[in-house]
Design a protein around this ligand. Structure first.
Ligand code: ADP
Ligand code: ZN
Length: 517
């Protein structure tokens, strides 16, 4: 059977998506593989289809015991023999599965990483007696401390390649930032891995960020136009998920809460009810969603600021897996950023704290952006995206644009004259000709010093953000967030490229929260 035949026969699809076909060919060729694909992109198929075609056992390592059963059930329904092994099963059940494994009756076995490397190494010993032909590591970013969902037990997977040197490993994740990506490759010891990065653009999702004022009323207005739709509403705290779910119920919405502090029975019940469309809304902390495959989620709302773009993108990505138009709404208040900032400091780990703060800054920049949100997101994931998307709040609204080439030239040449060694704050002081002591004496002699004194600090901040979003400047990851020039900025400095900026009719939002979740 060819891959495309298996796709049709077992999964009922006619075409491969994104780079699925190339990834599958690579695995069938016994090469180690890293797959970066957005949520909803179709990662599971990348190892499930080879599992059908290869003659032997595929081990799937997955962090969430609660979801294994669903995945295994749906595989069995499509006629692919699959099983899982975890602590929720009785010894008899486990023995039964072991027998089936020995008889070669199972194609995919789901296990949690801690189970694989259990204390007595019995599991590993057993698996090594079987004909293992593929190892899939789902949610592979959990191995990285730089990711947003680090799970220490994933570090044990470093030993996998030693135990199964000749078995191709396919690691999959929806987290794409470079640091995490490199970390995954290092920690898993993959052999000359092929890396497949799919476009992270989710065309059918419209991104909106509104200033948070009276969040409950804002939410009700949003929901009013979506009464029959399913959606996920994320809150920062467990308490607020419960309070908000209760208030929504009072307004007549079928909503339930979900967070890690609820007992397993309630969690399972609420999740199930949401999956089966018995309730329309799940109000959750970020504990909800990983691995959940509900295709008709029409919207994702963030009542509070997410900690980083990766998390935000993954959570919003749970909307619109069916490809139909969907909405992502974030209610932003600067107060949230201050709150998160205080959480972001990791004790005794300055390097990690710095990274987390930088990620939070990026998240705030995204919220305060007056430019195409999708373009910002794509650039964040290092994906070229030259034009405005036409389908985010910025692109859909009528901001007044003007020719900002001269302003851009001032900013860019100041960056050049400061030798790309300073961040936004210093640059603005420099451009505005600040008399502060911070400005080095020799900088006061440079040509562009004070060249932007006619523009307010707030406007400069906005313009610089736009220049970054439009790819005319880059924020370095050196820990100092110094601004760097890009290829595009050279063209602006030469006068070959025009820059459009947004006129500053937008007043900086103040925080008015009468009711906050
Ligand atoms: P991910 O793990 O990347 O978030 P999934 O593997 O859960 O995504 O796939 C998302 C959805 O897309 C699933 O409903 C899956 O069945 C569907 N899907 C996967 N591959 C294809 C394809 N080639 N054609 C159509 N639908 C697909
Ligand atoms: Zn846009």
């Amino acid at each position: 059977m060819t891959p495309i035949q298996a796709l049709q026969k077992y999964f009922g699809y006619n075409q491969f998506r994104l780079s699925q076909e190339a990834i599958i060919a690579n695995v069938l060729n016994k090469q180690d593989t890293l797959v970066l694909m957005p949520t909803g992109g179709g990662k599971s198929l990348c190892y499930q289809l080879p599992a059908v075609l290869l003659d032997g056992l595929t081990i799937v390592i997955s962090p969430l015991i609660a979801l294994m059963k669903d995945q295994v059930d749906s595989l069995n329904l499509t006629g692919i023999p699959a099983a899982f092994l975890n602590s929720s099963q009785s010894p008899d059940e486990q023995k039964d599965i072991a027998i089936q494994l020995k008889n070669g009756e199972i194609r995919l076995l789901y296990v949690a990483p801690e189970r694989l490397f259990g204390a007595d190494n019995r599991m590993m010993g057993f698996l090594k007696t079987l004909n293992v032909v593929q190892i899939a590591i789902d949610e592979a970013h959990c191995i990285s401390q730089w990711g947003h969902d680090f799970r220490p037990e994933y570090l044990m997977l470093a030993g996998l390649k030693n135990e199964f040197p000749n078995v191709p490993v396919i690691a999959l994740t929806a987290t794409a930032d470079k640091l995490t990506q490199k970390d995954i490759l290092d920690k898993l010891n993959l052999h000359q891995p092929a890396v497949f990065i799919s476009s992270f653009n989710r065309e059918n999702i419209t991104y909106r960020v509104n200033p948070k004022k009276n969040s409950f009323n804002q939410l009700l207005t949003f929901l009013d136009a979506r009464k029959d739709d399913s959606g996920i509403i994320y809150c920062l705290s467990r308490k607020s998920t419960e309070a908000l779910a209760a208030d929504l119920k009072e307004e007549g919405y079928a909503a339930e809460a979900y967070h890690a502090g609820l007992n397993n029975e309630v969690k399972a019940r609420n999740q199930e009810a949401f999956l089966k469309d018995e309730i329309k809304i799940i109000v959750a902390t970020i504990a909800f969603g990983m691995g959940i495959n509900k295709s008709n989620v029409r919207y994702v709302v963030h009542m509070d600021l997410p900690k980083n773009i990766e998390g935000y993108y993954q959570e919003t990505g749970r909307a619109g897996r069916d490809g139909l138009a969907s909405d992502a709404l974030l209610l932003y208040s600067p107060g949230d950023a201050i709150k998160l900032r205080s959480f972001a400091t990791v004790e005794n780990n300055r390097e990690q704290s710095a990274i987390m703060l930088k990620k939070l800054d990026d998240m705030v920049n995204f919220c305060q952006l007056h430019a195409c949100r999708r373009q910002f997101l794509m650039h964040y994931f290092d994906e070229p995206f030259p034009d405005n998307c036409g389908s985010c709040d910025f692109c859909l609204s009528e901001f007044v644009k003007f020719d900002g080439t001269l302003i851009a030239q001032k900013a860019l040449s100041a960056v050049a004259r400061l030798k790309e060694r300073f961040g936004t704050t210093y640059l603005i002081d420099f451009l505005r000709g600040s008399k502060s002591e911070k400005i080095w004496a020799d900088h006061k002699l440079l040509k562009t010093y004070g060249a932007g004194a006619d523009i307010s600090k707030a406007d400069w901040q906005r313009y610089l953000r736009e220049l970054i979003a439009q790819g005319f400047l880059q924020v370095s990851e050196d820990g100092y967030s110094s601004l760097r020039l890009t290829q595009k900025s050279e063209a602006v400095l030469r006068g070959d490229l025009q820059v459009e900026l947004i006129a500053s009719q937008v007043t900086d939002e103040q925080e008015h929260e009468t009711q906050n979740y």
